[in-house]
Design a protein around this ligand. Sequence first.
Ligand code: HEC
Length: 124
Amino acid sequence: MKKTLMIAATSAFLISGFAATEAVAGAEKKCAACHNFTNKGKVGPGLLGVFGRKAGTSGFKKHSKALKSADWTWDEEHLRAWICNSKKAVKEFTGNKKAKTKMPPQKVCGEKGDEIIAFLKNLK
Ligand code: HEC
C-alpha cells in the first residue's frame, strides 16, 4: 500500500514536471518566431525584463501607435489578456475601439498563458 502510494506520487510528480517543461518549450517556440528572450528586438520587441515594465518602452523601433503611446504596465492581468488575444486586448487597454497592434492574436489562454507569464517573469 505504502509503496503503491509512493509510486503514484512519484509518477504524478514526473508527469507534472514533464508537462511544465513541455509548455515552456512550446511557449518559447511560439513566441520565439517573433521575439528574442533578450533585450534585442526581432519582428517584435525583446522580452527580457518585460514583466513589470511599461508597455512599449523596450527601445524597439517598430511599435504600433498604440504601443508607442501605451500607458499600462505588463503585469499578470495585462499579459494574460495580451497573450490570449492581443487584437482585442489593445482595444481594451487603450479604451479605443479602433486601436491596433502589430502582434497577431496568439490564442494562448488560461493556464497555458499563465505558464508563459511565469516563464517571462523568470527571464534573466
Ligand atoms: C507573428 C509575430 C509575433 C508572435 C508569434 C508573438 N509576438 Fe509578441 N509582439 C509582436 C510584435 C510585432 C509586437 C509589437 C506590437 C506593437 O507595437 O503593436 C509584439 C509585442 C509584444 C509584447 C509587448 C512588449 C512591450 O515591450 O511592450 C509582449 C509582452 C509580447 N509581444 C509577448 C508575446 C508572447 C508572450 C508571445 C508568445 C505567446 C508573442 N508575443 C508572440 C509580434 C509577435
